[in-house]
Write a protein that binds this ligand. Structure first.
Ligand code: KG4
Ligand code: ZN
Length: 330
């Protein structure tokens, strides 16, 4: 029997999950609306909100799982990367609880956890597989060889895909977070109305800063011609910009599959919740005989269940952490 409480507080979601033998019993997520009016996460406000929320989030996760503290075999937490003030909340909580219960502490890398979110439900990927990890802070293609080991074979040299969504959305005043807002606006738009350039970066690496700037210039030039430019074109702008991001991501993924000869392909991270990306992966899967894996929406954006599943595989290998371990921002 292995019962784990896992905690996540790396950015602006406070989350707790209870697992029994690798099966998720609960996954409680408390978001932070406080950042909406700033159009982005304010680190100091995020860490304070985590402090306010963590006890009730943990209580709810334990209660709904019908698990008491004495049933716990380990406590897991996100050790980084993330906002340092935010990381400190779950890490301090987890360390205190593990020490007081005298059970192992398991530190989990947030990116590793996004990748292993593909192991929460069935069917599960077979090793080795490729994972396109697209979040607010990272864009990577990983070759995953087992539950613990992976190699980053491509990564962004500047902004992340999620950032490219969020910053462009902010330029046209869409609500925070920008990614889901752009996704929604795109539904009614024509993806061929506006042309955005495909970034030219060799190999499997990515760059999004030029694409982001081209969006800014398109808006600036459009507004010079017509002060109502944004209002009249929101849906087409979103659909065209989103389409360029998605085709760029999937072109690189296709290249990675050809280079490695691997056709087990998974998505992970907040941008994996994007409807156009999910649809495109489905098309590629048919065309190139890929076996594709996409976590349920709730496991794409930040959540403690993915920390839990990763900690479960670490628990099986007795990969425990010293309470002195320090969280890291990057
Ligand atoms: O994985 P995540 O929750 O947090 C990080 O680890 O960064 O990812 C958050 C990112 C944000 O940039 C958000 O705008 C983006 O994921 N995102 C989306 C969608 N849902 C979340 N981007 C595009 N379309 C979506 N539906
Ligand atoms: Zn994340």
């Amino acid at each position: 029997m292995c019962v784990i409480l896992a905690l996540e507080s790396s950015c602006d979601d406070t989350s707790a999950s209870v697992l029994k033998n690798g099966k998720i019993l609960t996954n409680i997520i408390s978001g932070q609306a406080i950042h909406e009016k700033f159009g982005g996460v304010v680190p100091e406000l995020a860490s304070r909100a985590h402090q306010r929320n963590i006890i009730s989030v943990v209580d709810q996760a334990m209660k709904e799982a019908a698990i008491s503290q004495n049933d716990l075999d380990a406590v897991a937490f996100t050790n980084g990367p993330g906002l340092i003030g935010s990381l400190l909340v779950a890490s301090s909580f987890a360390k205190g609880l593990a020490l007081s219960l005298n059970v192992p502490l398991i530190a989990v890398n947030h990116l590793h956890a996004h990748v292993l979110s593909n192991f929460i439900d069935d069917p599960k990927p077979k090793f080795p597989f490729l994972c396109l990890l697209v979040s607010g802070g990272h864009t990577q293609i990983l070759k995953v060889t087992d539950y613990i080991h992976y190699e980053i074979i491509g990564k962004t040299i500047d902004d992340a895909a999620g950032e490219a969504f969020d910053k462009a959305a902010k330029v046209i005043d869409l609500p925070y977070p920008g990614g889901p807002s752009m996704d929604k606006e795109s539904q009614g738009g024509n993806k061929f109305t506006f042309d955005f350039p495909t970034p030219k970066i060799a190999g499997l690496d990515f760059s999004f800063s030029g694409l982001k700037t081209s969006f800014l210039y398109k808006i600036r030039d459009g507004l010079k011609e017509d002060p109502e430019f944004i209002k009249k074109n929101t849906q087409d702008l979103c659909a065209s910009y989103q389409n360029r991001i998605i085709s760029y991501l999937t072109e690189k993924l296709l290249k990675a599959s050809k280079q490695t000869g691997i056709n087990e392909v998974a998505l992970a991270g907040g941008v994996a919740a994007n409807s156009a990306l999910r649809e495109r992966i489905g098309e590629l899967s048919k065309k190139h005989s890929w076996k594709t894996y996409i976590p349920e929406m709730i496991y794409c954006t930040d959540n403690a269940a993915m920390i839990g599943i990763t900690s479960y595989y670490k628990y099986l290998q007795k990969d425990f952490s010293d309470p002195g371990i320090r969280p890291f921002a990057r």
